[in-house]
Design a protein around this ligand. Sequence first.
Ligand code: FAD
Length: 385
Amino acid sequence: MEKIREVGKYDIVVVGGGIAGVSASIASARKGMKVCLIEKFCALGGLATLGNVCVYLPLCDGKGNQVIGGIAEELLKLSVSDGYRDIPQAWKEGGNIEERKKIRYKVEFNPVSFMLLLEELVLKEGIEIRYDSRVFDVIKEDDRIKEILILDKEGIGKISCKVIIDATGDADICFFAGEKVVSVDKNVACGWFFYYDGKDIKKYPFTLRFDSYNIKIEQGIKTFSGDKADDITNQVIESRKYILKKFFGIKEKKPSSYLLLVPTIPIFRMTRRLKGKTELKEKDEGKIFPDSVGMTGDWRKSGPVYYIPFSCLSAVKIKNLITAVRCISASTVRDVVRAIPVCALTGEISGTSASLLIKEKFESFSNLDIKKLQKILKEQGVIIK
Ligand SMILES: Cc1cc2nc3c(=O)[nH]c(=O)nc-3n(C[C@H](O)[C@H](O)[C@H](O)COP(=O)(O)OP(=O)(O)OC[C@H]3O[C@@H](n4cnc5c(N)ncnc54)[C@H](O)[C@@H]3O)c2cc1C
């Protein structure tokens, strides 16, 4: 192979421009790090924008208490700053706990505006974005990632970094670096799409329609794995067939309807993840770990809270690798922690810890000063317990 082109040198490289990656980059840049955010598509937001997943699930526990703050709350507010929807009245300043028990702190947003607003914010923070660049391997030395390899329009390039944050959603970097990973092949064909509905146009500019095949898994419907090449193509094609079928069903009843936006990326709920030192499980509900660095409620029901241990984000073998959200080591509770607010939360944790590792010259994430990390996160507005 000819000499590989050198693309750049950074303190922190974040791979994946979804909500987790955006949050991780912002947290890193705010600590003075030189950050590169790498994204294979040409927009930020990942599933939340290009996948049309436009419900920012709750920052509260359903009992009136806010359990997620920091960058996750900042991004929730940003997502509705175009005026498409609003934050529930009860969660504005002056709202009391009784009102907050009745309505959860979540919003719907317009994915198109959110995508543009995220890009504007990331650039304002001084983060370098590299679009149309796919990370396809890493170069290691002494259990550290020294460089990552990207493929872009100019061919293969290498990027040096002190720390790498895997926000690919599919634990690509963990996989390339030889970490233990776990795959899930239970994804179904599904589609979130916007269509114009003439009748509702005065009330809402768009009407959102969502459906999925989930209920039919037991009836032998085909499921897909998000880390197998053939499955990715097949899932996308099946999902689009389904969207067309669904849409023409609607059009039959409402002839004034037209399709507006369909997902332009594969929409997998859960694919490959890290098998970390700790695996967060459903039975860990309410359990505070010595290395808890954040918490979340359960978007499916009111009441339960889960504390997130740092050791389910950090890689086991590779000293300078950390993950965020869908890549983190969570097993039975993965359906809870894959939600958009937890993406932002774990992104903030990974970016903040990466900066601490570099600034204070810790050898590895496994010997990071967790108490110090907890203190910094609290100062940033992250709710730890
Ligand atoms: C059908 C469906 C419905 C959902 N409903 C909701 C909901 O209502 N509310 C909610 O809060 N959550 C919902 N979720 C979950 C939530 O949308 C996602 O878990 C979340 O948006 C994932 O964010 P992320 O940043 O971890 O990953 P992603 O959004 O997947 O972002 C990862 C990014 O990394 C990039 N990337 C991947 N590999 C590479 C590589 N090798 N090189 C360069 N770039 C790479 C991808 O292009 C992508 O942009 C839903 C998910 C699905 C699939």
